[in-house]
Design a protein around this ligand. Structure first.
Ligand SMILES: [Fe+2]
Ligand SMILES: [Fe+2]
Length: 738
């Protein structure tokens, strides 16, 4: 066969200029030059009703490329080598499963048969074979090729469908995972609606949620316009019957999806609302799918409604695909579980926070002296933390709470900052006079003065009855009574503790205490078992007996139980007094400053020990693990002399330092102790200015002033008389970095 241009075009050769828009098909006969034999072959095959085209060898490749041939027949009767070469060229472009090549040859070329197969020929037919036989074999090959091709197309279509389903399933799984991790309800709802619309390939969707009032509320929709404010009652208010004529209500009450192929032909449900919407908007709703949002086995908590599924091929509106609908049902069920979990988590979080607030307000309510300290300190601390987060320059510019969880952690820490005070006895917190325990023991002391006074009067009366009373004795008597009055006044004044005591006053108390009075009654009657136990070591006295006016007795010492010793595992560094309490009258009255003994002062400070013990033993979740730190460091100092652990600045975080400033300012400006008026702002800021750098962080204190947190808090919580400062600049600490 000559593969060059033929001498003349064969009669049936398809001219190249007649290329059609669509691919040619059938059987392509490639011959050398339109020989008689080739023409007979073409004509003969056509008579067997085969679709046959032919071309010369020179145009063979281009013709092969133009068509979608069932079989290419290479007529080798004009030249075997050329035909084999052409077979190799064609096979190089099209594999045998795509295009069968048949060699038509006469007996003289039999030797080339193997080479022809090696070159890519699919079959070898003798050219002198019967036309009908040739036709049958070509038909068989064509049919085989069509079947193979159909099978391949099926496989492709199946693969594409599988791939599409796999993509949808993967998308669904990813959405479900994202939903289960989501903490934002609005984002989750939007994700459900958006993913549902994507799975269904539809125009739009609406989400309703079931309310506690038994209605369906419009929650969300894909259109950006305002949601209708009205709600759809699940039941008729007059009859109590279910409003199942509304498809959304039907879905919610029956936990069942509803598919409507033609909204305007629908008779089961009242879709007048949809039609009215169409009329007003110019939109045309055709198909609709309504799916319940329900956790498996539970009643729906909402409904998803989608409109107008779109055929991706044509772009026309079609009924919703049931298979995609099933995927959306699964999505809605997963969303319901995620929402359920989210609401459960939210309610647990709210319960936890309310329990924490209840504890704080209980502590506040325990003592009038703390007032609303546990409530106000978190408020102030949060404002100060916000100012620190907002600072774009200065030493705090890098500080920030980076998530709502970090804020939550700080907020809870602030609310719990004095939780240990729940263990502090009220009479210690409230101790307003030196002799106060559960009650003010000044009355007991005063009664002894009364006894002494009465004894003097009795002595006088007895002398007068005996006729031995003299004027000199009267003068001494009056002096003695006056002295008693003065001494009691002195003791009472010491009891109040307004003025610090010096050595002289302490010695005078001791002198007054040495006075004796006579006890006629057994002082071991009417005592509790604990009181009796503490008197075990005191000797019994014969009545009547002489008693000192004021005394420190063994019974006044309350020993510290072993379990109240500090646990070294917690790293506390506090000077713990030996005794739990010492209620000695002289011991208490001789307190140099304030009203608290060393034991009671420790008892007050011990609230931090209990705060640590309570919180560090609690199983806080990971995102709240710093709550104990934030709650337990507000009495630590920048110079490392604070309590309960004497932490240094390198161990005190910014939130801890904020807590210290908030705690001190609130305590200074609130009603502190009952015998003290709350400090005016100028005095409180003056005190804090002096504490800056040693007790509190100077940068935080300056931020407290500069950011306006101080004045804002003062305006909200301090009395107008206290606010005697309008410019806080003079109170700024010099030790800060700002
Ligand atoms: Fe505290
Ligand atoms: Fe506090």
């Amino acid at each position: 066969m000559n593969r060059e241009a033929p001498d003349r075009p064969p009669a049936t050769t398809v001219p190249l200029e007649l290329e059609c828009a669509t691919a040619l098909a059938g059987i392509l006969i490639v011959h050398r030059d339109g020989s008689e034999a080739a023409r007979d072959l073409v004509d003969g095959l056509r008579q067997t009703r085969l679709v046959v085209r032919d071309c010369d060898a020179a145009h063979a490749l281009s013709q092969v490329d133009r068509g979608d041939w069932d079989v290419v027949v290479l007529d080798a009767r004009g030249g075997g080598e050329d035909a084999i070469a052409l077979a190799a060229d064609i096979r190089g472009r099209y594999p045998s499963n795509v295009l069968p090549i048949v060699m038509l040859a006469d007996a003289s070329l039999r030797a080339l048969q193997q080479r022809a197969f090696d070159a890519g020929a699919s079959d070898w037919i003798h050219g002198d074979a019967d036309i009908a036989e040739i036709g049958r074999r070509l038909s068989t090959l064509a049919e085989l090729r069509r079947l193979r091709r159909k099978s391949a197309m099926e496989a492709n279509r199946f693969g594409a469908e599988l791939s599409s389903r796999s993509l949808r399933l993967n998308g669904l799984i990813e959405t479900c995972i994202a939903m289960s991790m989501s903490r934002d309800r609005t984002a989750l709802l939007q994700q459900v609606l958006s993913e549902g619309r994507h799975l269904l390939n539809c125009n739009g969707g609406t989400m309703y949620m079931v309310t506690d009032q038994g209605t369906l509320r419009f929650e969300l929709r894909t259109r950006s316009d305002l949601l209708p404010a009205n709600e759809i009652p699940l039941h008729d208010s007059a009859t109590g019957l279910a409003n199942e004529n509304y498809v959304s209500v039907y879905t919610a009450l029956n936990n069942r999806s509803v598919r409507i192929d033609d909204v305007y032909a629908e008779t089961r449900f009242d879709l007048s609302g949809t039609r009215a919407f169409d009329a007003a908007s110019g939109y045309r709703t055709v198909s609709m799918l309504t799916v319940p949002i329900a956790p498996r086995g539970s009643a729906p908590i909402g409904v998803l409604q989608f409109m107008n599924a779109v055929d991706p091929a044509t772009g026309g509106v079609v009924p919703f695909d049931p298979e995609a609908g099933a995927l959306v049902e699964a999505l809605a069920a997963q969303a319901a579980v995620a929402l359920d979990n989210m609401e459960l988590l939210q309610s647990q979080k709210e319960l936890t926070e309310s329990l924490i607030r209840m504890l704080a307000t209980t502590i506040d309510a325990k003592s009038p002296h703390t007032g609303r300290h546990c409530e106000r300190v978190p408020e102030l601390a949060l404002q100060l933390a916000q100012a620190a987060c907002d600072a774009s320059d200065g030493p705090l510019k890098h500080f920030a709470f980076r998530s709502e969880r970090e804020w939550e952690e700080f907020r809870i820490g602030a609310w719990l900052h004095d939780c240990g005070k729940v263990t502090t006895p009220e009479y210690v917190i409230d101790k307003a006079t030196k002799l106060e325990t559960i009650h003010n023991r000044i009355h007991e002391v005063r009664m002894r003065f009364e006894v002494l006074h009465r004894d003097l009067e009795i002595q006088k009366l007895q002398a007068q009855v005996a006729g031995t009373w003299s004027d000199a004795q009267e003068a001494a008597h009056l002096d003695a009574l006056a002295q008693l009055t003065q001494e009691f006044a002195f003791v009472a004044r010491c009891n109040i503790g307004e003025q610090p005591l010096g050595d002289e006053e302490v010695q005078q108390l001791a002198r007054i205490g040495e006075r004796r009075w006579t006890r006629h009654f057994d002082d071991r009657l009417g005592l509790s078992a604990t009181e009796m136990e503490r008197r075990a070591q005191e000797p019994l006295q014969t009545l009547p007996c002489s008693e000192p006016l004021l005394a420190d007795r063994p019974r006044d010492v309350v020993p510290r139980p072993p379990e109240q010793r500090l646990d070294p595992a917690f790293g506390f560094r506090m000077d713990m007094p030996e005794h739990l309490y010492n209620r000695g009258e002289l011991y208490n009255l001789s307190v140099r400053s304030g009203t608290l003994t060393a034991e009671e002062r420790y008892k007050i400070n011990e609230h931090m020990v209990h705060t640590v013990l309570m919180l560090e033993r609690m199983p806080f979740p990971k995102h709240l693990r710093r709550v104990p730190e934030y709650a337990s460091t507000h009495h630590e100092r920048m110079d490392g002399k604070g309590y309960p652990r004497q932490l240094g600045p390198e161990q005190l975080s910014v939130p801890s330092r904020i807590m210290a400033v908030a705690d001190i300012f609130e305590a200074l400006t609130a009603a502190d102790r009952p015998y003290k008026q709350p400090k005016p702002l100028s005095e409180a800021l003056g005190v804090m200015q002096r504490l800056a750098g040693t007790h509190i962080d100077a940068d935080i204190f300056n931020l407290f002033l500069q950011a306006g947190v101080c004045l804002e808090f003062a305006r909200r919580h301090l009395s107008p008389e206290q606010i005697d400062v309008t410019d806080t600049t003079p109170y700024r600490a010099s030790g800060g970095h700002a």
